[in-house]
Ligand binder design. Structure first.
Ligand code: SAH
Length: 431
């Protein structure tokens, strides 16, 4: 679902009798504009939720203020403390590609004034380019079996202390129906370990059944499979993939992914892009031995692959893995990476990832959304399996209802808006 933005109604035009929509003028932080309104009993002074050019619902002033505070925080920036070289970089991102050393300079910021300026700049770019393109997406984790042995991941093949589960194809399809038809989700990620129990035919069957009954964008996050598998899933109706390259540093990649090839993972991503998939990719922050230079290269790699969605999160140690004692990636670095990604990829979708929410809770969501991110990813895995999808412990869930309240659910307009925005941003993208 797409999030709607609160605004105050300044005036209502007298509508022609019989017309289902009214014309209203609203005011928000960007000024005044005239849009259509669905609620019949709308009056000047009311607060409404709007998306694009349509006011969809009336809300209380208290609710409006609560969400505005979340989406449009006020940051105090002491400009006198910013040096001219730093300001030059923030300016340059509007007119040209930032250079590697400039990205490194931004990632090395330790000072509050510079951090605030960077995060604010990213928020300003997000507001200017994607004003009403705030979405909530869902993820269903349908199997925690995995043939790989990634050192950081609790689902790794050698993890003995987890209860493994697989959802039956119908159970997966029904979970998606519920998320779409009852709760109003419009984009769902289907994720699992690299689990070849699910054959291509099974995955394609699931995708087809979902597509027959629901207007929803389906993103597959099922790991390394053959190019042919991805071709088939595309033909069956899958729209996107969520497939991180994890790190751009090849030596680091080999040291934590036994038996896997970095070159092959990147080549597969590039193939997926050619197949017409909407690409969600990214990396982990805080891996052992990872440097700031590596992270700069990670951002550059994400952009060079042509990511439509940037998926970046801090590493979180899992007690049942070989990296149990390695410290978690920092929230501060994750926010800087979110902001720099927004500077480099102004139109990309950037979700606040669960891992950031896990180390910072609700504050992580708020900080992410005000530092360049423009979507949230809620966990829709059926309750009985959730705790067993233990990539890392204590995953954050919460306040979904609060956020869903601001979504445009069950409305066709919400799907249409997402579809239109995706087309606008990614010309080659087909539903
Ligand atoms: N099998 C799929 C999905 C992997 S799990 C695939 O290979 O694409 C999804 C993501 O969780 C991974 O890409 C990884 O970046 C992230 N992840 C795994 N373990 C993690 C940990 N300990 N901390 C933070 N993120 C982790």
């Amino acid at each position: 679902m797409c999030l709607t933005i609160p605004a105050k109604v300044v005036s209502v035009e007298n509508s022609c009798a019989g017309l289902p929509v009214k014309r209203i003028t609203i005011r928000d932080s960007k000024g005044e504009k005239t849009i259509n309104a669905l609620p019949a009993d709308i009056r000047a002074g009311d607060w409404v939720l709007y998306a694009s050019d349509m006011a969809v619902e009336k809300i209380s002033e208290d609710d409006a203020r609560e969400i505005l505070e979340l989406l449009e925080p006020k940051r105090y920036i002491d400009i006198s403390r910013l040096d001219s070289a730093f300001l030059e970089i923030l300016k340059a991102c509007h007119t040209r590609e930032l250079r590697r050393e400039e990205i490194i300079r931004l990632l090395c910021i330790g000072d509050d004034a510079e951090t605030n300026a960077l995060l604010s700049e990213a928020n300003t770019i997000r507001q200017a380019r994607l004003r009403d393109f705030f979405c909530i997406h869902g993820i269903i984790e349908f199997s925690n079996h995995c043939v790989r042995n990634c050192l950081y991941c609790g689902l790794r093949r050698d993890s003995k202390d987890i209860r493994r589960y697989r959802m039956a194809p119908d159970e997966i399809v029904n979970s998606v129906y519920d998320a779409v038809n009852r709760r109003g989700y419009k984009l769902i990620v289907l994720q699992s370990g690299d689990d070849f129990f699910y054959t291509d035919d099974m995955l394609c069957g699931i995708i087809r059944k979902i597509k027959e009954k629901c207007r929803v964008f389906i993103f597959m996050s099922v790991g390394e499979r053959s190019r042919a598998s991805y071709e088939k899933m595309k033909d069956a109706g899958a729209n996107g993939v969520l497939f991180r390259f994890e790190t751009s540093n090849k030596a680091l990649y080999s040291s934590i992914h036994p038996g896997q090839s970095h070159d092959e993972r990147i080549a597969l991503l590039r193939e997926m892009k050619k197949m017409g998939y909407f690409i969600a990719t990214g990396f982990l922050i805080g891996l052992p031995g990872q440097t700031v230079e590596d992270i700069a290269d990670d951002i550059i790699t994400t952009k060079s692959i042509g990511a439509n969605m940037v998926s970046v999160g801090p590493f979180i140690p899992s007690d049942i893995t070989p990296l149990a004692l390695h410290p978690a990636g920092s929230a501060a670095m994750t926010l800087k990476v979110t902001a720099v990604s927004r500077l480099l990829m102004p139109k990309a979708k950037i979700p606040v990832t669960t891992a950031l929410e896990t180390i910072e809770n609700e504050e992580g969501r708020r900080l992410g959304l005000s530092s360049g991110a423009n979507s949230l990813m809620f966990n829709l895995t059926p309750e009985k399996y959730r705790d067993d999808y233990r990539i890392y412990p204590n995953k954050y869930h919460g306040k979904e209802e609060f956020w869903e309240k601001y979504g445009l659910y069950k409305e066709e307009i919400s799907y249409k808006m997402l579809e239109r925005k995706m087309f606008e941003a990614f010309e080659s993208f087909e539903v």
